[in-house]
Write a protein that binds this ligand. Structure first.
Ligand code: NAD
Length: 976
């Protein structure tokens, strides 16, 4: 094995079940003595329940499946950062009302749990309208300010328990009897300023740790660092920057730790960052500037990864190659929910992590055995609170390693087990305001209920069940990540952060397509053919057409990489955008195919005896599908496939800027079995084709997506023609807003605003245009956004490192620049701008930027580019702000970031928007999950990718037959 990360390919793509089977084959059953030992410890921990630490008792009392437990942690997550009373009150009211705090009162053995419960019991009842009025009179007596103070106090107590010390000095003071690895963390760095701040806090911590008396390494307090805290862009596509900017920061810390013989561990992160971590570790291990005899360099390895065993081998080989003894820490894994969600969101065919807890436990033991065997070159640290794991490891050896546990957890287990080796405590250090939020969120994300800490304290679970050999576990693995939608296969994706996946995309060629603009007479001739083809296509039936769409979906899916190249080449779509667009197109094809399959059946309707009633649907005739350039594949194919599967013939007009994509997609549909006259592609100028066709009464309907102005023009042209009234489905623009109150987490807001406003260079109809910030937090939020905007990378669409590519053409970019000059002349203030660098000379590029209009005004039109407007509001003006947004007349997407359920509900109820997003970004609607489309000036509906879309493409028929004339109702006559 090599320690070159280019040659390191973890087993992530091995199918989940295959991997689990291999794992079982590699595992040995646990000895009876190990299981007996663990069972004995578990029983003793239970017998001494009152000795359990406060954090464990709290988790036990408020287990995360109880509403009270979740409410308590949600309050703890945010209350300390909220500056204003109105937001605190809204939060408390929404989290505490209606919950049963009394059920938890006095039940736990820990004073701390009872004290917290008492505070919440009082406050919970205060805000709960109580029919008997007793508590209402209490709230009148003590008043809201007292309630706020009490809850803050309760959370501060909670913070004191979760957090080891507010700073390193306090932490060192409390660590007199324990050996710790201090974790100085809050959130991941979003800006360079954040990264510099974290770097300083790591240095400060090390300076304090360096003053420890000279002792053997394993008796010294150590530090854990997170690489994503030291650089705001710790992701694989920014490797060139990381080599230059991140490595020296880490190196400086490690040199210091080595000089003073302080252990330093690189903490675990998400899968896509593993190779970057190994790369840094390999450089450090070989770095001659780092004291060669120092043996304190560590890396956390997560056993829930399919790549964990290979990572252990990598670290052992690295230690051998570099001649440096290493200090790796084996953990179960900290990002399980996030890993599973990411794999599902990307539509991957396997998970990088195990989905059965027992598999992780098995892998942990295999990794542990490997590490114990490599003790000549490493000193393994085993972080676990699982009695069975502790017993199994203790049976492997009695020296040359150490155990680790989290602060507040596993205390009594280790006190009882008394292992022969040391037990180090992983201890979070930092101000409660930042750290508590982070720790609590991780707890909520990782649902602590299935964890050993939780089970050990739950007397209802028999000791034997807890100490069962994981080899005997029979629980089922989770369905594959792309199997989300039951019978409808989810579109398959790539993980562009993984080299083998990216290589497949980069190896694909842009398909060669040549297009010629369609003339008016050619368009009319196409209409003749489409009209002629309607009858037989409509007769072919829903089932046949649905099968053709499914075949087209498979065909497109097998050409995903080429389609991405075409989208980058013609439409300037960066690779990630291209990938999600191809997947959306595949989803549309399958979604409409599945719907059509059930829609086509003739339905028998009830009626009086002697009468047969039938209902069925069929196509309307010829549809004209007109698509925009910003989703030249997904929207184009969505319109076309919905019209086709319903029985219509289609004239498909791609946008002027993206004819090749349209023609290529039509070619795929022909290949899948759609006859050529049934679907014809008409690239060319919109008005030329529109004028040629819209006045013709044989056009039964138009499916249009584009600007509001064009939709109006088409509507008028259709209205003015003779003949039947045509169907018009128009999806148009929006001025989309997001509201952020003071309970929101600034880092999450930053991530979502940057994606919403600047992904695809702001050229999405759903993109965020107006960010409405509560005044109390506006300055800090703007500062963080400004910092994050400096980190965005401008580049070519086909370069995987690019965050923001070009605009569709120089004309569109020029339009944005004109708008900016106009608002500038009107007194608007530019708050921030991403540097364009070498792309400043290219007229197609516009820098992502953030503006505040004069007088805190809203923009008066849709600005279709990377321009974000900031508006501020006072905390009591939420409703007024919603109304200001509604007054714009559009109703496409809207978002809110708040921890208050009441405000979420108020927003969703009163904002005018087809798609509302809470605590997330507002782009990237998924077919069948977030049916997409607006109303008002934003469109007619029905929503694309939703249950009613096809209904606009069909006409309904019924037939009612009097059967008495033909012998009547035989059954009735026979019965009567
Ligand atoms: P656009 O209105 O300029 O063009 C859209 C399509 O209409 C193009 O194919 C164009 O050739 C065609 N067209 C133009 N004039 C025509 C005419 N007289 N007759 C027939 N066809 C004509 O819009 P665009 O600039 O391509 O797209 C950006 C706009 O689309 C933005 O306003 C955006 O918000 C909107 N959009 C909306 C959605 C949605 O789902 N609501 C999705 C994507 C884009």
């Amino acid at each position: 094995m090599h320690t070159d990360t280019h040659l390191f390919t973890p087993d992530y793509d091995v199918a989940d079940l295959d991997y689990a089977a291999a794992l079982r084959a590699d595992s040995q059953p646990l000895d009876q003595s190990v299981r007996d030992q663990a069972a004995h410890w578990v029983q003793r921990v239970r017998d001494n329940a009152s000795d359990e630490g406060p954090v464990a008792s709290l988790l036990q009392e408020y287990n995360l499946s109880s509403e009270e437990g979740v409410a308590l942690l949600c309050i703890a997550e945010c209350i300390l950062r909220i500056p204003d009373s109105a937001t605190v009150d809204s939060l408390l009211q929404s989290k505490l009302s209606g919950l049963d705090w009394r059920a938890h009162s006095g039940r736990a053995e820990s004073w701390f749990v009872n004290a917290s419960t008492a505070a919440l019991l009082v406050t919970g009842k205060i805000v709960t309208p109580n029919p008997k009025g007793a508590w209402n009179s209490l709230v009148q007596r003590v008043g809201e300010p007292v309630v706020r103070v009490m809850v803050r106090k309760a959370v501060a107590v909670l913070g004191g328990q979760f957090v080891y010390g507010r700073d390193i000095k306090a932490a060192l003071k409390s660590a007199k009897k324990e050996i710790c690895s201090f974790d100085m963390l809050g959130e991941a760095a979003m800006t360079d300023a954040d990264a510099q701040r974290y770097l300083r806090s790591y240095h400060d911590a090390l300076d304090a740790l360096c003053t420890q008396p000279d002792q053997p390494l394993h008796q010294k307090q150590g530090l854990s660092i997170k690489l994503s805290a030291l650089h705001p862009r710790f992701n694989p596509h920014q490797k060139d920057r990381l080599d230059v900017e991140l490595y020296p920061r880490v190196q400086g810390l490690v040199i210091k730790a080595a000089q003073h013989n302080v252990p330093l561990c690189i903490d675990a992160e998400e899968t896509e960052r593993l190779l970057l971590q190994l790369d840094v570790l390999a450089k450090l291990a070989h770095d001659p500037a780092i004291t060669p005899s120092w043996e304190g360099l560590g890396l956390a390895i997560q056993a829930y990864h399919k790549g964990a065993q290979q990572t252990v081998d990598f670290v052992a080989d690295l230690a051998r190659d570099s001649g440096r003894r290493l200090l790796p820490r084996l953990v179960k894994g900290a990002y399980w929910d996030a890993e599973v969600k990411r794999a599902q969101t990307l539509g991957l065919d396997s998970y990088p992590v195990f989905t059965r807890k027992a598999d992780t436990d098995l892998n942990y033991l295999i990794c542990a055995r490997k590490m114990m065997e490599a003790r000549a070159v490493m000193h393994p640290c085993f972080a676990t609170h699982n009695a069975l794991t502790v017993a199994a490891i203790a049976a492997l050896g009695s020296d040359g390693y150490e155990f680790q546990r989290l602060h507040g957890m596993g205390e009594s287990l280790y006190a009882i087990a008394k292992p022969k080796v040391g037990v180090r405590v992983y201890a979070p250090v930092g101000p409660h305001r930042d750290l508590l939020a982070y720790l609590v969120r991780r707890l909520l994300e990782n649902g602590a209920n299935s964890s050993f800490v939780h089970q050990i304290a739950d007397d209802d679970i028999p000791v034997g069940a807890i100490c069962q050999d994981p080899l005997n576990d029979t629980s089922r693995a989770m369905h594959a990540p792309h199997d989300l939608f039951g019978a409808r296969t989810n579109s398959l994706g790539f993980d562009l952060d993984r080299a083998p996946h990216l290589a497949r995309v980069q190896a694909a060629k842009v398909p060669a397509v040549t297009t010629v603009d369609t003339s008016a007479s050619e368009a009319r001739a196409a209409l003749d053919r489409a009209h002629g083809a309607f009858g037989s296509w409509n007769e072919a039936g829903f089932e046949t057409r649905s099968q053709i769409l499914l075949a087209a979906a498979d065909l497109l899916e097998s050409h995903t990489a080429e389609a991405m190249q075409l989208l980058a080449d013609e439409g300037g779509r960066v690779l990630a955008d291209g990938l999600s667009e191809v997947r959306e197109a595949v989803d549309f094809l399958r979604y409409y195919a599945m719907q059509a399959a059930t829609m086509g059946a003739v339905k028998v309707l009830p009626g009086p005896t002697g009468e047969d009633n039938h209902y069925w649907v069929e196509g309307k005739g010829v549809f004209l599908a007109i698509a925009p350039w910003n989703f030249p594949l997904a929207i184009f194919l969505g319109q076309v496939s919905a019209a086709l599967v319903s029985g219509n013939t289609v004239l498909a007009k791609p946008a002027e800027a993206t004819p090749r994509t349209g023609l290529w997609a039509v070619g795929l549909l022909h290949q899948a079995g759609v006859p050529h006259d049934v679907l014809q592609c008409l690239p060319g100028e919109g008005p030329v084709i529109g004028d040629a066709l819209l006045g013709d009464s044989r056009i039964a309907g138009v499916a249009f997506t584009g600007s509001t102005a064009t939709a109006k023009r088409i509507n008028i042209q259709l209205a003015q023609r003779d003949g039947p009234i045509a169907t018009l489905i128009a999806e148009t623009g929006g001025i989309n807003a997001m509201v952020v109150d003071s309970s929101a987490l600034p880092e999450q807001v930053t991530r979502d605003v940057i994606a919403g406003a600047f992904q695809s260079a702001g050229q999405r109809c759903s993109a965020l245009r107006v960010l409405c910030l509560q005044e109390d937090i506006a300055d800090a939020q703007i500062e963080m956004l400004t910092g994050a905007m400096q980190e965005l990378r401008i580049g070519q669409a086909s370069d995987p490192a690019t965050d923001v590519g070009p605009m569709i053409d120089a004309k569109a970019a020029g339009g944005i620049r004109q708008y900016l000059s106009a608002i500038d002349a009107n007194g608007a203030q530019r708050l921030a701008e991403t540097p364009l660098g070498v792309f400043g000379d290219d007229p197609r590029y516009v820098a992502p930027q953030m503006w505040r209009l004069a007088d805190n005004a809203m923009p008066d039109r849709e600005v279709f580019g990377p321009v974000l407007h900031i508006v501020t509001y006072q905390s009591n003006q939420l409703q007024a702000t919603i109304e200001r947004i509604n007054d714009l007349g559009f109703a496409l997407t809207a978002g809110i970031h708040t921890r208050s359920d009441l405000r979420q509900a108020q927003f969703a109820r009163s904002i005018h928007a087809g798609n509302v997003y809470v605590n997330r970004n507002q782009i990237g609607a998924v077919v069948g999950s977030q049916p997409f489309g607006g109303h008002g000036l934003s469109g007619t509906g029905p929503k694309a990718g939703g249950p009613l879309y096809l209904t606009r493409f069909i006409q309904e028929r019924t037939q009612s037959t009097d059967t008495t004339a033909a012998g009547g109702n035989a059954a009735l006559m026979a019965g009567g």
